[in-house]
Write a protein that binds this ligand. Structure first.
Ligand SMILES: *[C@@H]1O[C@H](CO)[C@@H](O)[C@H](O)[C@H]1NC(C)=O
Ligand SMILES: *[C@@H]1O[C@H](CO)[C@@H](O)[C@H](O)[C@H]1NC(C)=O
Ligand SMILES: *[C@@H]1O[C@H](CO)[C@@H](O)[C@H](O)[C@H]1NC(C)=O
Ligand SMILES: *[C@@H]1O[C@H](CO)[C@@H](O)[C@H](O)[C@H]1NC(C)=O
Ligand SMILES: *[C@@H]1O[C@H](CO)[C@@H](O)[C@H](O)[C@H]1NC(C)=O
Ligand SMILES: *[C@@H]1O[C@H](CO)[C@@H](O)[C@H](O)[C@H]1NC(C)=O
Ligand SMILES: *[C@@H]1O[C@H](CO)[C@@H](O)[C@H](O)[C@H]1NC(C)=O
Ligand SMILES: *[C@@H]1O[C@H](CO)[C@@H](O)[C@H](O)[C@H]1NC(C)=O
Ligand SMILES: *[C@@H]1O[C@H](CO)[C@@H](O)[C@H](O)[C@H]1NC(C)=O
Ligand SMILES: *[C@@H]1O[C@H](CO)[C@@H](O)[C@H](O)[C@H]1NC(C)=O
Ligand SMILES: *[C@@H]1O[C@H](CO)[C@@H](O)[C@H](O)[C@H]1NC(C)=O
Length: 782
């Protein structure tokens, strides 16, 4: 058939779309499930004849010419506008994004109920129900008004899914009472939803933490009345106890307030279920403030290093001295400044003080912090070896050996250069300890190859070394295995001879670790992918990507394209004015376009209904993007007889000669006969000539020439009129006529005697048999 059938599907997608003169309005659609939209398809090039059609609509859609009206009740929508013209055939898809806001969003803590404990790690979970499309979903985590982090999703799914996002938190005391919530946001531009969906109820974090005073000592100068306020925040609320050599018994109260308190040390301890913290209040009388200055006021010394602290008297004195288990200075009267020095400080619990004698003896204690950097810092995975699996939870452990003081230690966790978390320690120890910090991780594919490390830092305050000493572990390289996936499994139209290995699957379109093996299946059996496809191999194929974790398969429609093929006979017989359908078994994908030529000239491209005079040699060309092929054949037109034009009306004088010529053509060659007065006077094929000599009135009348073959018959009439020109003088005329008649009878008798065999007298008939056939295409019809 020459009629271009709408070529469905992907045959055309491979054709250029860049210069496709199609305009779809709007260019893309963002619509909520259940809503409706409409779209136009038009051509920007009005100079070419074209047909436009939408593909991919179904019975839920209404269609008028080039517009479609769609009620969105289907998650999968592939709308394509195709255009056909004598110049081009191409298509353009209309991207339709269908969204659905979540039915609900809720936040919870994974595997935990009740209050959280400061410093421990928890996992928050946000459940989003029934949302689409998940690849445009962002889950935002908030603590109060602060955005903590956001999660996006790598799945690709058009229909609604339930999703779970998680967030690791390690709350501290400032987070007690904080409200955590998550929000699900679909970012689809101005046609999409404008507001995020919030979690139904925020999660109020109740946090348990132990008491910790902001400073461990406080010196108070005694006035009339002294208030010692030990109140400290903790949850559960702490209980308080006071000890002092000046108190007869232990006192339980947060505040100690009395004019009777004497100078000296009062220690209060705040305790709750998680631990306790003590604070020393030193009450000094105004007079008894010790006139001594220590420089520096506090010593921070690396274990084994040297230390030197000056003690100066600020008033005249009767003696000044240092007392310490090492480096003490005996009391001296003649110096205003003495120095406590130790060249290798190795005593963890040294407590030196400087004393002075003036009105009475007083002393000032030097706080000494002895630190030791860790012998080693190492990172490891707890109870696991080998690659990790995406989405599973693992525990990393950081071991810090032999470090002091641990209350100044911070372990920082890094992934690459990113600080993930910090761990601090609450033990109180002057001597070195081994410490272990842990971190829960749930790696995803992006973390494959990531380097985790931990860093132990000693934060020793302003008197300590700057920058604070730190020790880093060797990096821990993690390998994350994840299941294979083929996100794009597009239909494919290769040329015959191509192998499946050429299917465009690359690093971007196949994911999976370890790298998945690709195999193919067709008609339920596996296919060697290096096999070359033939035109009989079109169909549904399955691509299977498999690795150690799982298999993923997707279905792909393969249409093997091939150049046109023609299989034409040498000759065709066609009845005139019937549609000539190309009989050649013409094949090819994409379906070829045909052209028919005669004598180098194009015949109508689509419908060819030949005339009776169209017999001859023809050339048929079939063309598709993969090639062109020609075939030449003869078309022989079968047709009813046709008369050639000739003189039909004869108006002659008596005695004139005249010739009736009746020429016809037909295929098959027609039978012809000529009749006069209902008598056949001549027969022939193609050609009858009747010569009438010396016509008389008896020759006048209607002669009918007939031609017939199996496709029909035709008649042609010849009208012969004889004119009488003799004078009208009757008697003379009658006489002459009588004489003439007698003479004629005489002559006739003689002629009859002479020509007995010639029955018809004056007719001379030539039959067409004696003439050559004319070429079919010559001459015009009657
Ligand atoms: C479709 O085209 C008509 C005119 O060509 C225009 O008025 C109408 O807004 C178009 N509809 C859409 C959905 O673009
Ligand atoms: C396509 O058809 C248009 C209108 O009939 C005509 O002007 C144009 O030349 C044709 N183009 C080709 C490539 O045949
Ligand atoms: C947000 O979460 C990602 C993945 O869990 C993490 O890599 C990133 O550091 C987090 N960002 C912040 C600011 O916490
Ligand atoms: C989502 O969760 C709801 C409630 O648990 C369930 O009814 C629904 O089938 C789930 N939807 C999908 C796509 O898994
Ligand atoms: C003790 O301190 C707390 C907070 O630090 C304060 O709320 C409270 O009023 C103080 N008590 C007295 C008696 O001053
Ligand atoms: C710390 O660990 C090391 C090695 O395991 C051990 O020799 C040392 O005694 C430990 N120190 C303490 C204080 O436990
Ligand atoms: C697939 O076919 C190629 C050649 O066509 C051959 O070399 C290869 O061994 C075959 N592979 C399998 C697994 O049969
Ligand atoms: C492809 O996946 C479907 C559903 O996941 C499964 O039923 C089918 O067996 C798989 N085919 C192969 C060849 O693995
Ligand atoms: C063939 O016949 C048709 C119709 O009978 C006529 O119009 C046409 O001119 C003819 N062609 C030739 C080449 O005689
Ligand atoms: C087919 O015929 C056309 C027109 O005569 C010619 O241009 C072309 O080269 C031919 N192609 C082949 C493959 O013979
Ligand atoms: C009829 O056919 C004869 C023989 O071919 C030819 O000589 C004659 O000219 C034809 N007459 C007409 C009118 O075509």
């Amino acid at each position: 058939m020459l009629l271009l059938q709408p070529l469905i599907g992907l045959l055309l997608i491979s054709l250029a779309h860049g210069d496709c003169p199609i305009l779809i309005s709007p260019v893309d659609v963002v619509v909520e499930y259940g809503d409706s939209f409409s779209a136009n398809c038009s051509s920007t090039d009005e100079t070419i004849q074209f047909g436009l059609s939408w593909e991919g609509y179904d019975k839920t859609m209404k269609k008028t010419e080039d517009d479609i009206f769609v009620d969105v009740t289907n998650w999968e929508m592939n709308l394509t506008c195709y255009m056909y013209s004598n110049k081009t055939k191409c298509s353009q898809g209309l991207p339709v994004t269908i969204y659905k806001t979540p039915d609900s969003v809720s936040i919870s803590i994974v595997n935990h109920t009740g209050p959280m404990i400061e410093g421990q790690q928890y996992e928050l979970q946000c459940d989003i129900y029934n949302v689409a499309p998940v690849q445009e979903l962002t889950v935002k985590w908030y603590k109060g008004q602060t955005l903590l982090n956001q999660t996006t999703f790598t799945e690709d799914n058009k229909s609604p899914v339930n999703e779970t996002a998680t967030l690791q938190i390690r709350p501290d005391r400032a987070d007690d009472g904080a409200q955590y919530r998550c929000e699900a946001e679909l970012d689809l531009g101005e046609d999409g939803p404008q507001y995020p969906t919030e979690s139904l109820q925020p999660l109020s974090a109740e946090l348990h933490y132990k008491p910790k005073h902001s400073s461990s000592t406080e010196t108070i100068i005694k006035n009339d009345e002294v208030t010692l306020n030990c109140t400290v925040k903790a949850n559960p609320a702490p209980t308080y106890t006071w000890h002092s050599e000046h108190l007869k018994e232990e006192i339980s109260s947060s505040v100690l307030q009395s004019p009777t308190l004497s100078p000296g040390n009062y220690t209060c301890t705040a305790t709750n279920s998680l631990g306790s913290d003590s604070k020393v209040f030193i009450i000094e009388s105004k007079e008894s403030r010790c006139p001594i200055q220590l420089i520096p006021r506090r010593a921070v010394v690396r274990y084994g290093d040297s230390v030197a602290v000056n003690c100066s008297a600020t008033v005249p004195h009767k003696g000044l001295g240092w007392e310490a288990s090492e480096g003490g200075v005996p009391m001296t009267r003649d110096k205003n400044m003495i120095t406590w020095t130790v060249s290798h400080l190795t005593e963890w619990d040294i407590q030196p003080f400087c004393y002075i004698n003036h009105e009475e003896q007083c002393q000032v204690q030097l706080p000494v912090t002895i630190y030791k950097t860790p012998d080693s810092v190492s990172i490891s995975i707890v109870d696991h070896r080998g690659p990790m699996i995406e989405g599973q939870q693992y525990k990393l452990q950081c071991d810090v050996h032999d470090v002091a003081p641990v209350q100044n230690l911070t372990v920082k966790w890094y992934k690459g250069q990113t600080l993930l978390d910090k761990t601090t320690f609450t033990e109180d120890s002057k001597t070195p300890l081994n410490e272990t910090a842990t971190l829960l991780i749930r790696p995803d594919r992006a973390d494959d190859g990531a380097q985790y490390r931990c860093e132990a830092e000693l934060e020793l305050g302003a008197e300590g070394p700057q920058p604070p000493p730190k020790e880093t572990s060797e990096p821990l390289n993690i390998t994350v295995y994840y299941a294979p996936k083929i996100p794009f499994c597009d239909s494919w139209s290769p040329l015959t001879g191509t192998s499946l290995d050429s299917y465009p699957l690359n690093l971007d379109s196949v994911v999976g670790n370890p790298r998945p093996n690709i195999s193919w299946r067709h008609k339920a059996s596996s296919v060697n992918s290096s096999m070359r496809l033939t035109k009989f191999d079109s169909g549904q194929y399955e691509i299977i990507a498999s690795n150690d974790l799982s298999d993923f398969n997707c279905s792909v429609n393969i249409t093997v394209e091939y150049p046109p093929e023609l299989n034409c006979s040498e000759t065709y017989e066609v009845k005139e004015e019937t549609l000539f359908e190309f009989p050649c078994i013409a094949d090819g994908l994409p379906k070829p376009e045909f052209s028919l030529y005669k004598n180098g000239k194009t015949i109508q491209r689509e419908l060819f209904s030949p005339n009776w005079n169209d017999s001859g040699r023809y050339q048929l060309t079939a063309e598709n993007p993969h090639g062109t092929i020609n075939s030449t054949f003869t078309i022989n037109i079968l047709h009813a007889p046709v008369f050639y034009a000739s003189q039909e009306d004869f108006h002659v004088k008596e005695d004139s000669n005249l010739t009736l010529e009746c020429n016809s053509t037909g295929n098959p060659e027609p039978e012809m006969w000529l009749s006069f007065n209902n008598k056949t006077i001549s027969t022939g094929r193609r050609h009858i000539t009747l010569n009438i000599e010396r016509a008389t009135s008896t020759n006048a009348g209607v002669y009918t020439c007939s031609a017939a073959n199996k496709f029909g018959s035709k008649e042609k009439r010849f009208i012969v009129k004889i004119r009488d020109d003799s004078p009208s003088n009757f008697p003379f005329v009658v006489l002459v006529l009588i004489l003439l008649l007698v003479f004629i009878i005489f002559i006739v008798v003689i002629l009859i005697l002479r020509q007995k065999k010639n029955k018809t007298g004056h007719y001379e008939v030539q039959s067409g048999k004696e003439f050559e056939m004319r070429p079919l295409s010559n001459g015009g019809p009657e």
